[in-house]
Design a protein around this ligand. Sequence first.
Ligand SMILES: [Fe+2]
Length: 288
Amino acid sequence: MFEILELRGPVAAKAGSNRAASVLEAGGLVLFPDMAFALEADERPLLDPAISNGKSKNVSLDPITGRVGGADVDAEAQAALGRMLTRFADYAETLLGELTPHYAGALQRRRTSFRPGAIENRALSPRKDDRRLHTDAFPSNPVHGRRILRVFANVNPTGEDRIWEVGEEDFQTLAVRYRDRLGSPSRSAWLMERLGLTKGRRSGYDDAMLRLHDAAKLDDGFQKSAPKRRIVFPAGCMWVVYTDSVLHAALAGQHALEQTFLMPPEAMETVALSPLRVLEQVGGRTLL
Ligand SMILES: [Fe+2]
């Protein structure tokens, strides 16, 4: 059964700190229904799909270079975007610091992204279509077994909900379902790294996670019959979830902010629940 830990009020994150990590690690989600990320006056005009450069799905901030990509705007708006994304990254980090003190020092801040377009309007191939149930894997940024923990905020200015579906099937069941499709490590990992197609060498774990992502998304029967549950995220709410292990599909909504953190599985309360350990156990081989 998919668990949603709902936390309300100004001290919501602290109040949930005794249970949040175990709910997240078991494949649940933490929801803050009334914790809005407030936008500054000069940030409100940025809530416009026209700021996109038309090539990227998201506008994003690279925490290492400080560069904002994916937007085609003037220098002033570019600076405002950078400030908004940095503020959100700091906000998300503070939130997790209170919610999951167990992870202190282990969370690694990665991209901050803003999704200004409406989900319904995207015409994409099944593999790229995030309206289909999937677990996250990064094709060009190998994670080498680290967890993908994401903090989301619906900042829609007109009160529009963001709507997801999540799978009721846990990661272990999913891994067993597609066990035969996870294959052996790709021999071309070194070449992709050499050609700059991946940032660093793709590990056996990254290969298996990409295959799992594709297997679920491309399986029409699974998409139709998988047990799932609809979740409505109202404007002004935030949520936290391990998107590498929770089956999810983003069905509708516009204007979401998202912060990605990576975390070594050893920092989890229950390491055995990490996708790395589950895939190694299901496949009977080491992946790193
Ligand atoms: Fe996703």
